[in-house]
Design a protein around this ligand. Sequence first.
Ligand SMILES: [Zn+2]
Length: 201
Amino acid sequence: MNTPETSTRIDGGCHCGAIRWRLAAPVGAESLPVRVCQCDFCLKHGARYTSDPRARLELQAAADDLVQRYRFGHGTADFVICRKCGTLTAAVMDGSGNARRAVLNVNTADQPKTFSASPHAMDFDSESQEERLARRGGNWVGQVIWTRNPRIKVARRREPQSPLKTTRPRSLQSYPAIPSSSARKASLRVKRSSVWTGGSK
Ligand SMILES: [Zn+2]
């Protein structure tokens, strides 16, 4: 299966290991492009993406229910997020009529520093849906397969595994009292700001 087109293997995955990926690419990580999408979702995740239309990507999940797909905007791609650790690993386009294509978040590579190309900021906001699909057709990874691998070892960490399950909201009163010196500074700030809001001058 190793053709000169896909001679380099690059591995990665989410933080807990429930989602793993392997990219077979025609060039090494250092020669693959690095793009920073400027949409607010990608910026919030700090994602940096790469792809190569000649590459082949295998995405593996320990179980189907560990994969969260998130879709917004034109709704033509799914952002692939681990339900256990929250890591954004990839974006996959496999809607009806479109060949399955993907981009990877290079920050989730096992050795992210090997992606050494200067990142390019990309702003796709003004694209029409047709332009978007055409661009992905030319740039995104051209062969993508999803497999389920129950043998993947998902990390059992000592930290809470699911903040949604284990963290309860605390009232402010239940946090420790502010140390006295900071409390004094805080009260000074309140007094100063009351000059502006108090109305008496
Ligand atoms: Zn995970």
